[in-house]
Design a protein around this ligand. Structure first.
Ligand code: M6R
Length: 617
């Protein structure tokens, strides 16, 4: 939540920062602002609204300085107003600061600073931190022992902070310099050609450099035109490690698509291929997961799995639960990361703990990981963003390799998590009772998944028509069973988050225990109807809806014969292996939500109240 960009170099900072903010807007879009240090002053432009509103406002300033910071906000403390937009400037005019996170003890600090004569223009926690830095700067008039006074004031102020932060700070007395720091909010430094770009994530700087340094929690970076140094809060020097981003600018751009969500839905065949590449054994009977850092012997000692995640990733864990239990015959528990961290649930010694997170920065998932590690568990991660906090803190794991996911609604990252869950089930199953032949069949099915997704995407025109017919309905039910129950949850979440339509996901048979009361001709049900043992049971549930005049949109595997007239709409999906079915069945609900949101003229990439990566509790 909130996007941060900073620039120190030889080019004009404002346009580079605005470009970076546009690319980070998916992290928050309540307001945006920038500050350029030029002609001995901190020139600030900030506005409630999107980055384009800021860009217009910026034309009223003569921004020509080469050092600056910018921010796009997802509001926490204080409403969506110009005054609450970042950057904030200290009341003595010395410092400008941008912040992603929450300063939990801001009220005490504000009272203290008010007593010292500092004043406040906003309702934010951030402005308090900015004034606290100014207070420490004023208190220590000269840099002690050759230290940099600017850097040390930031360090001292952060010593008093409880909460989370990714910050970047400018000081009027230090032109061409910037200090930034992080605790539980992501921050990286792009090392460009005679320039340094600070950002919350790589998409903001990928157009200028692919070389980056990921800051760790408790680290500060001091950037000057000559270079940068990293140190810890307790003044230890850190040697920077420069990593290379493997994806390119085009991956973070729309190309010919109208929205990132559309782009990412249609990228799924390629994304699945990228996720699976190099991860099958030579004999084609199992998966390879080098990154788990566990030997086959160690894995055989595991007798239970625990998964923690949030949102769509939690749904993907539920599918993994189904497949691991079915194929590897081991019990699996799945918990919301936000619940697990406070629930103190008993875990036994041979439990293998997994977290799943596209961004790797979701604060609840990170906290669940830390809680499990604190209890002495080895924690593995399934994660997309290389170098993320979760990737760094986990004891091992698997990268999704789907490139940046920019649309706030997760699509390609979700199906890639599904495929990794399926591969994990295979891997464990083959270490236990699954035969070579069953393994080969399973692997071949997974290898065929991208093509089946491609075929399903060809239903887009049909799904668009259906979406247009149903867009005006205020409530939807999504109903599925077994591994498709989590996909029903995912379908309902997609519809809610991008079109603001009330939707609920249920196990199809559970519907008659309550949700059936919602059924009228105005509340359509989306049913997943796969071939196999539960086909007749699902048809019975559909009959119960039909008897109450409920409309039915059925997502049906090819070869299934539904009773004539039972479904009002039929979306066919290819018949496939059980491990692939959830992946293929996801595509129609992604498209349905996308086209309904378009019909309702919703902003599908930047929905009301949401942000891509939830880095506050
Ligand atoms: O980055 P993460 O996978 O940890 O994100 C978890 C959720 O915030 C995320 O899946 C969210 O539910 C999406 N908006 C769903 O589309």
């Amino acid at each position: 939540m909130c996007g941060i960009v900073g620039y120190v170099g030889k080019q004009k900072a404002a346009s580079i920062i605005l470009e970076g903010l546009k690319r980070l807007e998916y992290r928050g879009y309540d307001s945006a602002g920038l500050c350029v240090l030029q002609d001995g002053r901190l020139d600030v432009a900030k506005k409630a609204g999107r980055v384009e509103v800021l860009a217009k406002e910026a034309t009223r300033h003569r921004f020509n300085g080469t050092t600056g910071i910018g921010h796009t906000r997802w509001a926490t403390h204080g409403g969506v107003t110009d005054a609450n937009a970042h950057p904030h400037v200290s009341s003595d005019g010395h410092f400008a600061l941008i912040h992603n996170g929450v300063i939990e003890n801001y009220a005490q600090m504000k009272a203290f600073l008010s007593g010292k004569g500092y004043t406040f223009r906003s309702e934010t926690d951030t402005e308090v931190l900015c004034n606290l830095i100014a207070y420490h700067y004023a208190k220590e008039p000269a840099g002690q022992n050759g230290t940099n006074r600017f850097l040390e004031s930031v360090r001292k102020a952060l010593d008093h902070v409880e909460g989370t932060y990714g910050i970047a700070v400018l000081c009027i007395d230090f032109p061409g310099e910037m200090v930034a720091a992080r605790k539980a909010s992501p921050l990286l430094v792009g090392v460009g050609d005679n320039e340094y770009i600070l950002a919350s994530d790589a998409s903001a700087l990928i157009n200028r450099t692919q070389n980056v340094v990921y800051l760790k929690d408790g680290e500060l970076v001091h950037v000057t035109p000559a270079g940068f140094t990293i140190s810890t809060l307790d003044q230890m020097d850190v040697s920077p490690v420069v990593d290379r981003i493997t994806w390119s600018v085009a991956d973070a751009e729309l190309g010919s698509h109208a929205h990132f969500m559309e782009k990412e839905i249609f990228e799924q065949p390629q994304a699945l291929e990228n996720t699976m590449r190099g991860r099958f054994s030579e004999d084609g009977s199992t998966a390879n997961f080098g990154g788990l850092n566990l030997s086959a012997t160690e894995l055989r000692q595991i007798d239970r799995f625990m998964f923690c995640a949030c949102g769509s990733a939690w749904h993907a864990c539920l599918v993994a639960e189904h497949l691991i239990e079915r194929y590897a015959r081991l019990p699996v528990e799945v918990d919301y990361a936000s619940e697990f961290r406070y629930r103190n649930s008993p875990l036994d010694r041979n439990t293998l703990f997994f977290v799943m997170s596209q961004s790797g920065e979701t604060i609840d998932t990170l906290a669940a990981l830390r809680e499990a590690k604190r209890k002495g568990y080895r924690v593995l991660a399934i994660n997309n963003v290389v170098g993320s906090s979760i990737a760094r803190e986990a004891d091992g794991g698997v990268y999704q390799h789907v490139g940046p996911e920019i649309g706030v609604a997760s699509t390609k990252a979700f199906t890639s998590q599904l495929v990794l869950g399926a591969m994990l089930a295979l891997y464990i199953a083959r270490l236990r009772d699954m035969s070579f032949n069953d393994g080969v069949q399973y692997v071949n099915a997974l290898k065929g998944a991208p093509e089946l997704v491609r075929q399903t995407l060809r239903q887009a025109p049909l799904i668009k028509e259906i979406a247009q017919r149903y867009a005006k309905h205020a409530d939807f039910l999504f109903l599925g069973r077994l591994s498709l129950f989590p996909i029903a949850l995912e379908g309902a979440l997609k519809l809610k988050e991008i079109s603001y339509i009330h939707a609920e996901g249920y196990p199809a048979a559970e519907m008659k225990h309550g949700p059936i009361a919602l059924i009228t001709e105005k509340c359509p049900s989306v049913f997943f109807v796969p071939k196999g043992e539960i086909f007749n049971k699902i048809v019975s549930s559909m009959q119960e809806i039909k008897a109450r005049k409920g409309k039915i949109i059925a997502i049906v595997t090819e070869g299934c014969e539904l009773p004539p007239g039972l479904a009002d709409e039929v979306i066919p999906i290819p018949d496939c292996h059980e491990a692939v079915l959830p992946i293929v069945a996801t595509v129609p609900v992604q498209l349905l939500s996308y086209y309904i949101a378009l019909a309702l003229k919703c902003d599908v990439d930047k929905q009301r109240n949401l942000a891509k990566s939830v880095t506050v509790e």
